[in-house]
Design a protein around this ligand. Structure first.
Ligand code: ZN
Length: 53
């Protein structure tokens, strides 16, 4: 039970260059979670990038 919750939470995070990146926004192109960077969201699957306004 707790294991499943942990696995789900892990899906929303990704480690890139030693930094933890939040994966919250969904990609409009391929519907996978996008990594949140300081000024943009980036989809690792199709390469779609959305800049924050
Ligand atoms: Zn995508």
């Amino acid at each position: 039970m707790a294991k499943g919750t942990k696995a789900m939470v892990r899906m929303y995070y990704k480690v890139e260059d030693g930094k933890i990146i939040r994966l919250k926004r969904k990609c409009p192109k391929c519907d996978s979670y996008m990594a949140e960077h300081k000024d943009r969201f980036h989809c690792g699957k199709c390469g779609y990038t959305e800049f924050k306004k």
